[in-house]
Design a protein. Sequence first.
Length: 124
Amino acid sequence: MKQTREGIYRNPTLHPVLAPKKKVRESDNTDLYFIQSKGTGFLKIGRANDCERRIRELQTGNALELRLIHVFKGMAWREYALHKELARWRLEGEWFHPECIGSIPTDMYEQIPWGALDDWWKND
């Protein structure tokens, strides 16, 4: 198999990072969430049926405060495309550098409460 820039995977759906773990249909009512980490501003973009429970699970293994920034009801189907769109800011898994905020699609950004992504996360 020929080596490509993406590795040996010619088809991105076979790539372990680019491929969606589970096909999510637009009709699926699973939610998409943004969670931000204090001290770093790193943004986690993920999906869950219960976003409040999910942040509690993540907080258990994280020494830094996590804040649920916004829940996009029934929009989990957009997760894969959003991860691809923001790929240049990807840190690890579903975590992104805060510089990605300016590239969040406008229709989604406008749903986030005013000030929710301000510099609350910066250490004083």
